[in-house]
Design a binder for this molecule. Structure first.
Ligand code: XMP
Length: 520
């Protein structure tokens, strides 16, 4: 039985962050919307609740509230910002508008010794317009600041706590420690949500679902499909038929890397289908981005059908759905997530191909997927890989797609990523000040124009490469990465010198919105 903490979602942009911080303390956490019927009947293993922040005022009409079941619960509760205010109000405390909105860093002083907060002065991140003006009966003020007399409150006997600030963000340096104390010391959870225990539980679940049956799995070269497939193979061994389709639209060395990654894992060898000729023939002369996507999506399905037929049309399919997808399609973020991702359905299978889905990553955040991948023995380079779109280089090779142009793009892209890697900038690194350094996604794009240059004494009229690097956490909005000029200079000079047919390199300095991350 897994012990867990339920995160009750009131619509905060930080809800998933709370869940991740709890899991960093090695305790399993699950997000439920504030009105989810599952809250009325807490599942076995539930050890406590954390109530998220939210955009509303607790006293506004129709504001989401604390359900009766939660109020009756004997389990510890930690309310954060809105969550604390909603809880205080439900217990007949008073919440009202603060004089002015408080936003940013604040210094609070702990005035009553308690098991949640470290003693002394703490730097915390505040973001609120309302505050508690009268705590519920039996609650004591635990910490306060000049601006905010009730920065932390609680009923120590009933183990109910409220924080006006956000412990889940990095700007609150001791925030992770506060959450750790809540889940381990106050709720009494054991810190046993580790990659090894995740693997054990996944394997058991997959076996329960599909033991003895044949299962299909398509590996794209990305982290999620690779880890999902590796887990399925760990559970079902030779009953998993996995395939990797080489579309001819992959990055330099990608096919070899994927083949190597699976060589030493249990199960049947990965089947590699070289479909590049078929894909490139279908794409010949096509320049319209949407048409490229459609052609590639259909070509994938044909390859997949052929493979499924070959292995006897199994009824099960492994899919790399991860927890943020699950939360976004069921909770507060559902509408926005759906709108933005609607065009990312390359590879979606037609309705007549019916499968029972095996989704071993359904409960995991991306960082957990990576940790599990490493524990399963997948190489670091693959596990830490940046995202790559389903249609591959087709949407980065603007204009007509030919083998020659794809080669040009691949070489330029490899130079850019290797320069980034040398500087450790191929990942997004959060600095102590809360700023992001490095890149969440970085790649080269081949433009559909040529430009004039001079090489030696010769006039040239050749291709243009654009470099794109962004920082983002959710890929729905993104900023262009402020890469060091020296690195950009070195990259540009290497590309024009080493890659035939390129005489100009430009750097993309638009954010998303208004631009998108990919160029097509
Ligand atoms: P955009 O370009 O919309 O991309 O800002 C956001 C993220 O999604 C990836 N992307 C795709 N992924 N199929 C995919 O599987 C697609 O058609 C596709 N288009 C974009 C993109 O690389 C970025 O990470």
């Amino acid at each position: 039985m897994t012990e867990k903490i339920i995160i009750v979602d009131f619509g905060s942009q930080y809800t998933q962050l709370i869940a991740r911080r709890v899991r960093e303390a090695r305790v399993y956490s699950e997000i439920l919307a504030w009105n989810d019927p599952k809250l009325t009947e807490p599942e076995v293993g539930t050890r406590g609740y954390i109530l998220s922040g939210g955009p509303m005022s607790a006293y506004a009409q129709g504001a989401p509230g604390i359900t009766g079941a939660l109020l009756k619960s004997q389990l510890p509760i930690l309310g954060i910002c809105y969550g604390m205010q909603a809880l205080a109000q439900a217990l007949e405390g008073e919440v009202s508008r603060a004089g002015e909105h408080e936003y940013g860093l604040a210094e609070i002083t702990v005035i009553k010794e308690n098991p949640l907060l470290p003693q002394g002065n703490l730097t915390v991140w505040m973001s609120h317009g309302d505050r508690i003006t009268r705590p519920p009966k039996g609650w004591e003020v635990l910490a306060s600041s000049a601006n905010c007399p009730i920065a932390a409150v609680g009923d120590l006997t009933k183990k109910r706590f409220g924080l006006q600030f956000h412990p889940e963000v990095r700007h609150t340096p001791l925030g992770t420690e506060i959450l750790r104390r809540f889940v381990l010391e106050i709720c009494g959870c054991a810190p046993d949500w580790t990659p090894e225990s995740i693997i054990q539980q996944s394997v058991a679940r997959i076996r329960q679902q599909a033991a003895g049956k044949r299962v299909l799995s398509a590996v794209s070269g990305g982290v999620d499909s690779s880890v999902a497939t590796a887990l399925a193979r760990e559970a079902l061994g030779a009953n998993v038929s996995s395939v990797f389709v080489d579309t001819g639209l992959l990055r330099l060395g990608e096919r070899e890397q994927v083949v190597r990654a699976f060589e030493n894992l249990p199960g049947e060898p990965l089947r590699v289908v070289d479909a590049s000729e078929r894909f490139l023939t279908k794409l010949k002369g096509v320049t319209d981005p949407e048409e490229k996507r459609k052609i590639i999506g259909e070509a994938f399905i044909r390859e997949f059908e052929a493979f499924a037929r070959e292995v006897g049309n199994p009824g099960f399919l492994v899919q790399g759905t991860i927890y943020p997808d699950v939360v976004e399609s069921q909770g507060f973020g559902a509408q926005q997530a759906q709108r933005i991702k609607s065009h990312h359905n390359v590879g979606a299978l037609p309705a007549e191909m019916k499968f029972e889905l095996i989704e071993p990553l359904r409960l995991l955040f991306k960082d957990e997927v990576r940790a599990v991948g490493e524990a399963l023995g997948l190489p670091r380079a693959l596990v830490w890989r940046q995202p790559f779109p389903g249609p591959g280089l087709a949407v980065r090779c603007l204009g007509e797609i030919t083998r020659e142009r794809l080669d040009t793009l691949r070489q330029a892209d490899a130079i850019f990523t290797s320069e980034l890697e040398k500087e450790g900038l191929l990942q997004l690194v959060e600095t102590a000040g809360g700023l992001a350094e490095g890149s969440s996604q970085a790649f080269a794009v081949l433009l559909p124009v040529r430009s004039v240059g001079v090489m030696g004494d010769q006039r040239s009229y050749q291709e243009v490469v654009a470099l794109r690097a962004v920082t983002t956490t959710d890929f729905m909005t993104a900023d262009w990465a402020r890469l060091p000029h020296e690195l950009l200079a070195r990259t540009a000079s290497r590309i024009v010198n080493e890659v035939p047919r390129v005489n100009r390199v430009v750097y993309d300095i638009t954010s998303k919105p208004p631009a998108t991350i990919e160029w097509e």
